[in-house]
Write a protein that binds this ligand. Structure first.
Ligand code: NAD
Ligand code: UDP
Ligand code: UDP
Length: 323
């Protein structure tokens, strides 16, 4: 009998819904909290019939009183077009949302995990990125609401840990993809696949030589759970991501190969402060959590393409106009 009460904030989102699913399958009592800014009920509708799953529509910038044992904080818009739509709200979500959930964790003596990001490293000068690298973040640019919000959240987590002995975990998540990404989130994997399926030219920002390292959702979910449940009380921050690095051009070519779309690419301007290179050093996760990704990009991309083909895109509303 597994009777942990687990709160997943942002639980209806892309990663959150897969995490909820896994926790429900493990037999935990799962409470999903979400304001549905960048997600929709279809991600979790199949869980609503489960007796150990509960859904609360709530915005984490407001206080929340529940009795729980563990909290995963994934609530935050994650795609550049989403978090830049209302940057002040993005910062509030990271800061006020973290304070509320940390207050909840403190009162309940619950363990709490923060979904931080590789964006805390900004446009990195060291490669690959290790956890002890302090980053190169523009504090006043269009990405700073997200990057600095996540950095402030990490600081808050550490201070609640030091001051109030709250049991924390910090995961620095690198680019993750898979089924249930919002088709209109503007992120590179979802954009390329949707464009290819709709027989529209794939949009490449800049010349496509910038790199990212893509982790399939199932690997990431296992990493998050291992971090939360590790018995040594290893708190992180720890990088969770796939260390195989690809250029954006290589990704586009792969999507074309798997979809059969052959249109010439549509090259557009590179967004401001777009990081040139990104690749996690995951030796800490390997050593402390015995974790590393197992799904190669080819396999994960094929599964993601199948999912995009299976959905009716008309059922999805673009969360923001600037996707
Ligand atoms: P997502 O947009 O699908 O999920 C975020 C969820 O949070 C959505 O369901 C959204 O409605 C909800 N949300 C946003 N603001 C909220 C608020 N104020 N109150 C309650 N709910 C709110 O994105 P995702 O890719 O699943 O990302 C999940 C988390 O992981 C985010 O915190 C993100 O920063 C982090 N992360 C993701 C990636 C990635 O590549 N996917 C990389 C690094 C970090
Ligand atoms: N909080 C919450 N749920 C709880 C406990 C606290 O939402 O179960 C919020 C509370 O509104 C407060 C914040 O978390 O603003 C921080 O709580 P903390 O106890 O750290 O601060 P304090 O209440 O002393 O300001
Ligand atoms: N990108 C692109 N075409 C698109 C969407 C994104 O070339 O249609 C690029 C983007 O400029 C960035 C990379 O792909 O260099 C990853 O972008 P994404 O928004 O997915 O994530 P992030 O920049 O936050 O890693």
């Amino acid at each position: 009998m597994n009777d942990k009460r687990v709160l997943v904030a942002g639980g209806a989102g892309f990663i959150g819904s897969h995490l909820c699913e896994e926790l429900v399958q493990k037999g935990h009592d799962v409470i999903c909290v979400d304001n549905f800014f960048t997600s929709q009920k279809s991600n979790i509708v199949h869980l609503l019939k489960m007796p150990n799953f509960e859904l609360i529509r709530h915005d984490i910038t407001l206080p929340l009183y529940l009795e729980v044992d563990e909290i995963y904080n994934l609530a935050c818009p994650a795609a550049p077009g989403h978090y830049q739509y209302n940057p002040i709200k993005t910062m509030k979500t990271s800061m006020m949302g973290s304070i509320n959930l940390l207050g909840l964790a403190k009162r309940c003596r619950a363990k709490i995990l923060q979904a931080s990001t590789s964006e805390v490293y900004g446009d990195p000068e060291v490669h690959p990125q290790r956890e002890d690298y302090r980053g190169c973040v523009n504090p006043i640019g269009p990405r700073s609401c997200y990057d600095e919000g996540k950095r402030a959240a990490e600081a808050l987590f550490m201070d609640y840990h030091r001051m109030h002995k709250v049991q924390i975990r910090i995961a620095r998540i690198f680019n993750t993809y898979g089924p249930r990404m919002h088709p209109f989130d503007g992120r590179v994997v979802s954009n390329f696949i949707r464009q290819a399926i709709e027989q529209k030219p794939i949009t490449i920002f800049g010349n496509g030589s910038q790199t990212r390292s893509f982790c399939f959702y199932s690997d990431l979910v296992q990493g998050l759970i291992r971090l939360m449940e590790n018995k040594e009380n290893f708190i992180g921050p720890v990088n969770l991501g796939n260390p195989h690095e690809f250029t954006i051009l290589e990704l586009a070519e792969m999507v074309q190969k798997f979809t059969g779309q052959k249109d010439p690419f549509d090259f557009k301007d590179l967004p401001v402060d777009d990081p040139c290179r990104r690749k996690p050093d995951i030796s800490l996760a390997k050593a402390k959590l015995d974790w590393e990704p197992v799904v190669p990009l080819e396999e994960g991309l094929k599964k993601t393409i199948e999912w995009f083909k299976s959905i009716n895109i008309d059922n999805y509303r673009a969360p923001t106009p600037n996707y």
